[in-house]
Design a protein around this ligand. Structure first.
Ligand SMILES: Cc1cc2nc3c(=O)[nH]c(=O)nc-3n(C[C@H](O)[C@H](O)[C@H](O)COP(=O)(O)OP(=O)(O)OC[C@H]3O[C@@H](n4cnc5c(N)ncnc54)[C@H](O)[C@@H]3O)c2cc1C
Length: 468
């Protein structure tokens, strides 16, 4: 690889300097590096970093970056490694900068409804800490072993975006270390800000290519009183998806509206060994609602059930018990693991205006059928984010054919007013499709921004876009 030759090598001298900064126990050069060679992107080959470094504070991150910049060593920031686009895979070797030890919740400020955390805080731990203080952080990307830093770097979304939005809507400020080693604070414990360029929002979703996020200030809200789930079977995906605007037009704002087809339900049942209620139909909506009281949440659930029934639903299941609700949510969280178990070639994360979801799924299934590749669809019907999996089912599908199919899928998404990734990011695996969604002037501006932050292109090079 051309770019690999232009980077420096990690030498014994450099390792000694890294040990000086973070201590010997926080520098890995042996077999343990394997754990840092991959993320959860399907089919991406692992790449071993030359060294893994685990700083425990911002000052150490700054010193590591300054050193790497001077020695021209590529640095790949890493949180929980749960990313789905290869963003944390060190494709040019060099240093993996694991933020796992910067995992302190620095403050939960109940007066201002704000939490300040280090980037390595694991989402599940954060949920628990916030709940213990009687507050609520509503952003729920399905994988709770991810870190808050990773969530911010990818602008993670998840199942509650219809009502609450995505990670960027709950980040008030950041502290970041630039590739040169400079420490830059952005935003703060305030809601309004019109003071210069909005660096917080620029860094969110930048996938570790512009700066290393070392602190995050998050907005919190009061917790909802009650939550209910409505599980609705339909005879066709078309009917299911067409019910979504009907619900929203009634001024009901669910937390999330998920859609899924029978194939996914079958796979999850086989994978988990747990039966899903009313599983014999072709398509389903899973709608999550929250309200202050039990009565109110039941009233809303009833209204949604009626709207769905008048738009082609064949039944409505409202679980009632906490256990049944949890079972349904857990089944939803297992979708990716289940389809992966049955053999996927890739993972599409296109977002389209939600009124175009049915058209998007129908068109792309038609195209996939021409290739003889089954396409599984599910996703966030309430916000237009569709996950498609071209299935290999054990066959060794040629990479070129899958790429051709993906290109056509992305073209359909863009032609319907959408874009390539709604929540997983471009990372390494999807950067090659950026030109389908962004014109030259936008890509040129992105390159200029990257160069302004990272003149030597050492921070997560080869992700999101290529400079050379
Ligand atoms: C089963 C499963 C379900 C999932 N469901 C969802 C979902 O519903 N919604 C969703 O949005 N995602 C989902 N994901 C994807 C993944 O959990 C998110 O992308 C998450 O935000 C990644 O966080 P992480 O800590 O694992 O980051 P990593 O995978 O470690 O890194 C992701 C990217 O962020 C960068 N990065 C990490 N930390 C920092 C930092 N401190 N500073 C700068 N850059 C950094 C990395 O370089 C990389 O480019 C799912 C993944 C799995 C495996």
């Amino acid at each position: 690889m051309e770019a690999q030759r232009r980077y420096g090598k990690v030498t014994d001298d450099l390792i000694a300097l890294l040990i000086e900064i973070v201590g010997g126990g926080n520098v890995l050069t042996g077999e343990e590096r394997q754990d840092y060679s991959r993320d959860e992107a399907p089919k991406l080959k692992p790449v071993l970093p030359e060294v893994v470094v685990k700083p425990e504070d911002t000052g150490s991150v700054a010193r590591i970056m300054k050193l790497a910049n001077e020695k021209n060593i590529p640095v790949t920031p890493r949180g929980g490694g749960t990313g789905l686009a290869g963003g944390a895979v060190p494709i040019y070797g060099g240093i993996v900068l694991s933020l796992e030890k910067m995992n302190r919740i620095l403050e939960i400020d109940k007066d201002n409804f704000v939490a300040t955390v280090e980037p390595g805080v694991v989402l599940a731990d954060f949920f628990q800490a916030v709940e213990e203080q009687g507050l609520y952080y509503p952003i729920y990307p399905g994988e709770t072993s991810a870190t808050i830093g990773g969530n911010a770097a990818t602008n993670a979304g998840g199942m509650r975006a219809v009502k609450y939005g995505v990670t960027r809507h709950f980040v008030l400020g950041l502290e970041a270390v630039l590739p040169t080693g400079d420490i830059v604070p952005a935003g703060g414990k305030f809601v309004k800000c019109s003071t210069g360029y909005e660096l917080t929002q620029l860094l969110i979703g930048s996938e570790g290519t512009l700066a290393v996020i070392t602190k995050i200030i998050l907005r919190l809200i009061p917790p909802p009183g009650k939550r209910e789930i409505i599980f609705v079977p339909f005879n066709s995906l078309h009917d299911a998806i067409k019910s979504v605007p009907a619900i929203l037009k009634q001024r009901i704002l669910p937390v999330g509206i998920e859609f899924m087809e029978r194939d996914v339900i079958d796979m999850v049942e086989q994978h988990t060994g747990k039966e899903i209620p009313l599983h014999d139909y072709d398509a389903f909506l899973m709608i999550i609602v929250e309200a202050d009281s039990e009565d109110e949440v039941h009233h809303i659930a009833g209204q949604i059930g009626e709207i769905c029934l008048s738009h082609g639903a064949v039944d409505v299941f409202i679980p009632g018990s906490e256990r049944a609700k949890r079972n349904l949510l857990e089944a939803r969280e297992q979708f990716y693991n289940a389809v992966r178990y049955f053999g996927i070639t890739d993972l599409v994360d296109v977002v389209v205006p939600r009124s175009r979801i049915a058209e998007f799924v129908e068109k792309t299934k038609g195209i996939a059928a021409e290739y003889g590749i089954p396409l599984i669809a599910y996703g966030h019907a309430g916000d237009g984010n569709v996950h498609l999996h071209p299935m290999s089912r054990g066959r060794d599908e040629s990479e070129a054919r899958v790429k051709e199919l993906l290109e056509k899928i992305y073209e359909v998404g863009v032609s319907l007013g959408g874009t390539i990734s709604g929540e997983h990011g471009l990372g390494f695996t999807k950067k090659g499709y950026l030109h389908l969604a962004a014109d030259k002037s936008k890509i040129d501006l992105m390159k200029r921004i990257k160069r302004a932050f990272d003149p030597n292109n050492i921070l997560n090079p080869g992700k999101v876009l290529d400079l050379e």
